[in-house]
Design a protein around this ligand. Sequence first.
Ligand code: PGA
Length: 243
Amino acid sequence: MKVIIVKDYQTASEVAATEMLAVVKNNPKAVLGLATGSTPVGMYNLMVKDHEMNGTDYSTIETYNLDEYLNLPMNHLDQSYRHFMDVNLFNHLNINKENTHVPEGFGDANEACVAYDTKLAEIGGVDIQVLGIGSNGHIAFNEPGVPFELGTHVVTLDEQTRQDNARFFDSIDEVPTHAITMGIKSIKSAKKIILIATGSNKADAVYGMIEGEVTVDLPASALQDHENVVVILDEAAASKLTK
Ligand code: PGA
């Protein structure tokens, strides 16, 4: 793992955006692996700014997102990760929406998982995968304990996650109980991975990911044996590292 430590969130976003733009500018047909959550928003803003200022072309770029809620209530479709990606990135680029893939949150979920992994296998893995990390070391919706061998699969959201997300809904009863997520195996099929973590609440997870043992108890530790991972940290998230 290559570890880059910078002073703050804005600088981490700049480093991450530089990594993404290098791939996009180098290969008009690049396949990007994208993530939701608050962490990548700064990077997406910079990609949009770059597109507006420099006209960077996304017309033949393809994207795959990590995860999606299953069976969102119709009055809360604005909480879908598809919507998040449209609002934060896709609507502001000259990207063909047909080339943007987010796991299907309605219909037969098992079929959607197989379809997603089939597409990922066809392309031979994304060129660059963006990741955040949960304070418990999760990546995408792969919570502690999930086997590393799983491809895209359905997860039951744990109570804590549903409570954390209840603020976006009218009540906790409306928070979906299930989601669809790329598995660790699908994530590791990426040719390159950039993981961004900022803030002191991520420091323990970051320490475990980089210096701890490889264990399903800390899903991000599975990245240790991937040959091309860049971890971008601010000083707070890096504060527990010893090396
Ligand atoms: P965050 O979430 O970017 O909102 O901190 C990261 C994650 O849970 O993967």
